[in-house]
Design a protein around this ligand. Structure first.
Ligand code: ZN
Ligand code: ZN
Length: 471
């Protein structure tokens, strides 16, 4: 809270030329934001950006040659969109490579299974692993199994993710993916198979990152498509032992240094204070990462570019970040936060927002800011209201890559998107450009442009986030 009180006092003396209330914004600022909103709704650059990224680069698994091509693409795109400062910051992480994945039921009814290795998984040692499967309805049920009870067996976790507009079915389900291998190995299992963490009825398996612990063996981990998981449940329901063959070739091979790619519209009065937008540049390897997260990159680049085309830049800098390697552990967001901390720039972080929830329309604005800055959020919400966006005082969370800097106290905003269909495509070969509605992207660009502009223009300081959400 550096400015709000003094500004309020000033404005009482000098109204109406200055911002006339606790929002730190005047009528001209609101009119400019409305113009940005209407410009975006009339047709933004976002779809062309996503089309370019997903066509010219394609899938962008972190640490592969496609990662480097994506970084070069992002730098060139920021420059062509008119950002006045474009630069890279290093992000280092282990490289995981998927080579081969196959599975089948061997008995009692031989048939192929559609699976995908989970990100970070080890392979099966160059040959198929063959073992009976034991089903657990949830990760907790697996945790409750007796020690050693899975020796020589494959644990099969069959929990099903539920569909919600806000994606809240993901959290309760995803533990099976993240921690299934560790818990299965504790019980002696030789591998873990999970039902995909996704809502699709199609025969695509959903990948995603998993992790190991140092005190248990590293066992292969893979996800079955929803229909294949159903098939295994039915087979097991007949009371016979079901034996499965799993053949995975995957490996972790050293470290790689990629980059967060950053484009800025330099602020006219307070260039050192930054409002950040962003999405993550990396994707999984099977689709083209259109909704996860080509959309977020396209939306926030387009929104920043719109602000950059104004006759004068806003007071603060608008910084758009294409984060490196979100998928395998938020490496880009963590590196960004560490770099700001090392440079003593945490206090310079004003509002931060990330678009990483697909390409569905924005329906809510939420924020974590100093309570004294809440009137600014309400005012931003008023400009967003014609887009069908409501302002919600409670709840919400920063995007995944914003989480690490929020944990250091930086304030955040969330433009919540309709994610009803997001987990149909998320982390599958079916995450491709055709799933994106260009008009929906324009609505999101409108929302991000309004947010970025008003947050960068207001005389109010967003202070510190009231509490660091667990993320
Ligand atoms: Zn994502
Ligand atoms: Zn993802």
């Amino acid at each position: 809270m550096r400015h709000a009180v003094s500004l309020l006092a000033l404005s009482l003396l000098a109204a109406p030329a200055l911002a006339n209330d606790a929002t730190g914004l005047d009528a001209g600022d609101i009119a400019t934001a409305e113009t940005l909103r209407e410009q975006a709704m009339a047709g933004s650059a976002a779809w062309d950006i996503v089309e370019s990224l997903t066509t010219e680069v394609g899938p962008r698994l972190a640490g592969t040659p496609a990662d480097a091509r994506a970084v070069a693409w992002a730098r060139a795109k920021f420059e062509s969109l008119g950002f006045d400062k474009v630069y890279l910051e290093p992000v280092t992480f282990p490289v995981w490579l998927r080579h081969r994945e196959q599975a089948a039921v061997l008995a009692p009814a031989p048939q192929p299974l559609v699976v995908t290795a989970l990100g970070g998984s080890v392979g099966t040692g160059g040959q198929p692993l063959q073992a009976p499967i034991v089903e657990f309805a949830t990760l907790d049920a697996l945790k409750a199994a007796p020690e050693g009870s899975l020796a020589g067996k494959i644990a099969f976790i069959s929990n099903r993710m539920e569909r919600f507009r806000d994606g809240r079915g993901y959290g309760p389900a995803v533990g099976a993916r993240s921690n299934g291998a560790v818990e299965a190995a504790r019980k002696g299992a030789v591998a873990v198979l999970i039902r995909s963490i996704g809502t699709s009825h199609d025969r695509f398996a959903h990948t995603g990152v998993m992790r190991y612990a140092d005190d248990v063996p590293r066992i292969p981990a893979a996800a079955l498509s929803n229909p294949d998981a159903d098939q295994l449940v039915r087979l097991l329901g007949r009371g016979q032992e079901v034996t499965v063959s799993l053949d995975i070739s995957a490996e972790t091979v050293g470290e790689y240094t990629s980059h967060n790619v950053i484009g800025e519209i330099t602020g006219r009065e307070l260039p050192g204070e930054v409002v950040t937008l962003g999405g993550h540049l990396d994707s999984w390897d099977q689709g083209t990462g259109a909704i996860d997260d080509g959309a977020g990159v396209g939306i926030t680049m387009a929104a920043g570019a719109l602000v950059g085309k104004l006759g004068q830049a806003p007071r603060r800098t608008v910084r758009v970040i294409a984060y490196a390697n979100e998928e395998q552990g938020l490496f880009g967001g963590k590196a960004y936060a560490e770099a700001r901390a090392a440079a003593g720039e945490i206090d310079a972080q004003q509002l931060g927002a990330e678009s990483d929830f697909g390409a569905g329309r924005v329906y809510a604005l939420r924020a974590g800011v100093d309570p004294a800055a809440w009137p600014v959020i309400v005012k931003i919400g008023e400009v967003l209201a014609p887009l069908g966006v409501v302002t919600e005082r409670e709840g919400g969370s920063p995007g995944p890559d914003v989480g690490p800097i929020v944990a250091k106290g930086a304030p955040w905003a969330q433009l919540a998107q309709d994610g009803t269909d997001y987990f149909d495509y998320h982390h599958t070969p079916n995450d491709t450009l055709d799933k994106i509605d260009p008009k929906a992207l324009d609505q999101q660009v409108a929302a991000y442009a309004v947010l970025a502009y008003l947050a960068a223009e207001t005389e109010v300081d967003f202070g510190r986030a009231p509490a660091a959400p667990a993320k």
